[in-house]
Design a protein around this ligand. Sequence first.
Ligand code: TYM
Length: 330
Amino acid sequence: RPRVLSGIQPTADSFHLGNYLGALRSWVEMQETHDAFYCVVDLHAITISHDPAQLRRRSLVAAAQLLALGLDPQRCTLFVQSQVPEHPMLSWILECHTGFGEAGRMTQFKDKSAKNERVTVGLFTYPVLQAADILLYQADAVPVGEDQRQHLELVRDLAQRFNTTYGRTFTVPSPYIVKETGTIQDLAEPARKMSKSASGPSGIIDLLEEPARIRKKIKSAVTDTGREIVYDPENKPGVSNLLTIFSTLAAVPIVELQNRYEGKGYGDLKKDLAEVVADFCAPIAERTRSYLDDQAELDKILLAGAEKAHAVAARTLAHAYERIGFRQPL
Ligand code: TYM
């Protein structure tokens, strides 16, 4: 079976619809076809200022949500990054093979460093740690949203560079980005992506949100001029975004939705979509709460995941140490 690895940051109280449609949906699917490793990346979460108690809780809520979305610990390896010591160890090696200018070209770093007052070295080396996450598991594919494409290019470059310099060590991974849902737009500002750091509350749908609030947000989503319900992301980003969300969650092709709403207004579309999204999120919130109710069980799942991940990561790290000329790690 081909190997897959992906990660998500525990930097909010809930994942949002963009996370799900852009990436997590593929995570759930790929556990059936791949040897899958999925990681709550709490090391990445401290690249911006954080609160320790909140981070501890959010990592658990993140894991509970992933299980609620359908990750099955029998079918995939689910773990928290800080519990597997090899990640920062390989990251250091890769940092020493990353150009300063190369890291400085990462657009996510440029955006985040422009917005934050406190810009740390960790924020700068963030994508190199991401490379370590992926390369430790010899992943063939990495399911992510479109915004991770540039980071994945860097990961491929680093893997190739290392292999060329020291001999074949790492699998060169490919991004797995679903074209239709790779970028879900902000509901209030459909020209930009839905984002936990940049979107205001009316632009983002959290999976754990109250159904009444979800309905309200969908109903007040910004649509475009004109009346026609057609998929045209260039000229009608608002309506097209709603059609993408509708089509994916309800498993109805977009053309069929266009036919269904021919001659009808944006209000009709939004009213129906509000139900679809609320119905999708309610059981996830419910299941998340029930996973969180049994924290001992959750801890057990994450410990077992970390042990499985550690076994694979330690093997790769030992190989990389050998290549580099280090003595073997303990
Ligand atoms: P993060 O935590 O910001 O986001 C998790 C996943 O959600 C996707 N995503 C979106 N997809 C579509 N539309 C949107 N509006 C949207 N917003 C977010 C992201 O592309 C991502 O796939 N750097 C990563 C975390 C990471 C990682 C890794 C990923 C660390 N190590 C190793 C893959 C492999 C990040 O910040 O994701």
